[in-house]
Design a protein around this ligand. Structure first.
Ligand SMILES: [Zn+2]
Ligand SMILES: [Zn+2]
Length: 179
């Protein structure tokens, strides 16, 4: 007799690349690489930010940003360094590390959450909001947006007389599909 089928994580968006995880789930994270028009506006934002801060614009800074924007993944600093070094061997680890901070301050990237191994992970800065589920079995990070959770959180802040600026909601979970 067939085993009862486990519930599907309905909120997790499937990734276009269809990379399967050990549980058979599709690797699911953000909707895809940042759209070219959006990339251009982030590029402009970076230039403005650096100018306003009296910092120099450099192609290097933008190259580092592009690696993350193109990946559509949640990446640790170490992983960003690895990918930048793969693509641009002339950019050293210390430069990448320093610039991740600058790129977050410029709202090109954002610090998202702590992954299954407690490393800070980053993703492209997007105006839209989403929350995350971190799989403690394979480490994959899934995004979801649940309007009921969002409105409950809003009613909590209201009830406590706060006006929300931002929140992070991360669920760390074991995978029910893993055999
Ligand atoms: Zn949320
Ligand atoms: Zn995300």
């Amino acid at each position: 007799m067939a085993k009862k089928k486990p519930k599907k994580a309905a909120e997790a968006k499937a990734d276009a690349r269809s990379v399967s995880l050990p549980c058979g789930r599709e690797r699911a994270h953000s909707a895809g690489p940042v759209a070219p028009s959006q990339v251009e506006s982030l590029h402009a934002r970076l230039k403005h930010y650096l100018e306003a801060q009296g910092l120099k614009y450099s192609e290097q800074r933008w190259k580092i940003a592009k690696v993350v924007l193109a990946s559509a993944e949640h990446l640790s600093a170490q992983e960003i360094i690895r990918r930048v070094e793969g693509e641009y061997p002339d950019i050293g680890a210390a430069t990448v590390y320093r610039n991740i901070k600058v790129l977050c301050d410029a709202r090109i990237l954002k610090e998202t959450l702590l992954d299954a191994e407690d490393r800070v992970v980053y993703e492209a800065f997007e105006e839209g909001h989403h929350d995350h589920i971190v799989c403690l079995d394979c480490g994959a990070i899934f995004e979801f947006h649940e309007p009921r959770i969002e409105s409950l959180q809003a009613s909590v802040t209201d009830a406590l007389s706060f006006s929300e600026v931002r929140h992070r909601h991360v669920i760390y979970a074991h995978c029910k599909l893993l055999k």
